[in-house]
Design a binder for this molecule. Structure first.
Ligand SMILES: C[S@@+](CC[C@H](N)C(=O)[O-])C[C@H]1O[C@@H](n2cnc3c(N)ncnc32)[C@H](O)[C@@H]1O
Length: 204
């Protein structure tokens, strides 16, 4: 099964509140974005947003432009339906982030639980290349992945775990760490998952 089919199958067969990554309040992500956004509230992209409530919260927080990208059309359609009329305020992009060559310019690129699925080095290089081209100098990358010591699989797929050193190695010298932390996500089934969250500023 290819990536698109895998995620289509997930969103066509599982309830949004049962998947392990479900969180009713994406507070960790929103707090990190708002910390670096300050008063500026520019253009923000949620990569692999799926059915996350982050887009709802971003719309209520005064960003100039909010975009959500996901590989699954079904996930995007269900999030649009949830937002109702407010969906028209969002740019929706159905794409595999490892295949896209351009996406427009964003000040804040958020990714919770997507980068860790990109297990091929060439795909990660493609992702980081696009990230670099899409952020201006001073733009921010806010990323949450499984941490070292965290889960080794998710949704039946292998993942890569990260810490400060390994994430920096992926991003290279163009990105400077602003802050990072570990975070425990509790799944709907009650299991605890250790995440690494990092905030990076594009310097060059
Ligand atoms: C574990 S879920 C996390 C969803 C959301 N970020 C959240 O925190 O609730 C991973 C999401 O990434 C999407 N995804 C996986 N691989 C992708 C890719 N290569 N390009 C774009 N989206 C992808 C999936 O469809 C899914 O919605």
């Amino acid at each position: 099964m290819d990536r698109t089919q895998h995620w289509e199958n997930v969103y066509q067969t599982q309830n949004s509140t049962d998947v392990s990554w479900y969180e009713p309040d994406p507070k960790q992500s929103l707090d990190l974005i708002l910390q670096v956004a300050g008063e500026s509230r520019g253009r923000v992209l949620d990569v692999g947003g799926g059915q996350s409530f982050l887009v709802d919260r971003l719309l209520g927080t005064g960003f100039e432009h909010v975009a959500v990208l996901d590989i699954s059309q079904t996930a995007i359609e269900s999030t649009k339906a949830r937002l109702g009329e407010r969906a028209s305020q969002v740019e929706w992009i159905v794409a595999d982030i490892t295949q896209r060559d351009a996406i427009g310019e964003f000040d804040f690129w958020h990714d919770r639980a997507v980068f860790h699925f990109i297990t091929y080095p060439d795909d990660r290089r493609h992702y980081v290349g696009l990230l670099k081209r899409s952020l201006p100098i001073g733009g921010h990358f806010i990323v949450g992945t499984f941490a070292k010591g965290g889960p080794e699989h998710c949704s039946g797929l292998p993942i890569c775990q990260y810490d400060e050193a390994t994430m920096q190695a992926e991003l290279g010298p163009s990105f400077e760490l602003v802050n990072c932390s570990q975070y425990k996500h509790v799944t709907p089934a009650g299991n605890s998952q250790l995440f690494f969250f990092g905030v990076y500023r594009k310097e060059k």
